[in-house]
Design a protein around this ligand. Sequence first.
Ligand SMILES: Nc1nc2c(ncn2[C@@H]2O[C@H](COP(=O)(O)OP(=O)(O)O)[C@@H](O)[C@H]2O)c(=O)[nH]1
Ligand SMILES: [Mg+2]
Length: 144
Amino acid sequence: MVIKDTTFITSVADEKGFLKSDKPIIAVAGKSNVGKSTFINMLANKNKLAKTSNTPGRTRLVNYFDFGDFILADLPGYGFAQVSKAEKDKWARLMESFFANTLVQHTFSLIDIRHDPTADDYQMINYLYHFHLPFTLIATKPIS
Ligand SMILES: Nc1nc2c(ncn2[C@@H]2O[C@H](COP(=O)(O)OP(=O)(O)O)[C@@H](O)[C@H]2O)c(=O)[nH]1
Ligand SMILES: [Mg+2]
């Protein structure tokens, strides 16, 4: 498959906005700051398709990108320490609703290879495994 033109589609903050598409949807999951946006930019061969940041973000948005033959959904990061229990619950509800309402063909689950997987990483992988959702683990930050 050749990825030619890639465009940002939209950011969605709640389940009412989840995208329905005839194209296959591939999700990108991982903790905040693991390198999800960097990974998406690498696939697109663009620097600024997805916004990257040095500081773990608090935004709870699903960002959609059109990759031509498929759609990439950049999922909100998890595991950000300074987040309240209420915000964590909100994230969990948003993600459950995303996977329940989106026909996700595949998930790239990004893990920072410099550290052991976190409890949240295990939870994410267990979730995908439990619901028989096909996924690939991607190790990020091999060189720091
Ligand atoms: N050393 C190193 N830094 C990376 C790598 N991937 C991402 N980063 C950096 O990690 C930070 C967070 O990346 P970002 O893509 O915004 O993470 P996101 O929150 O998961 O979308 C940025 O400063 C990136 O430049 C990598 O493979 N190696
Ligand atoms: Mg990001």
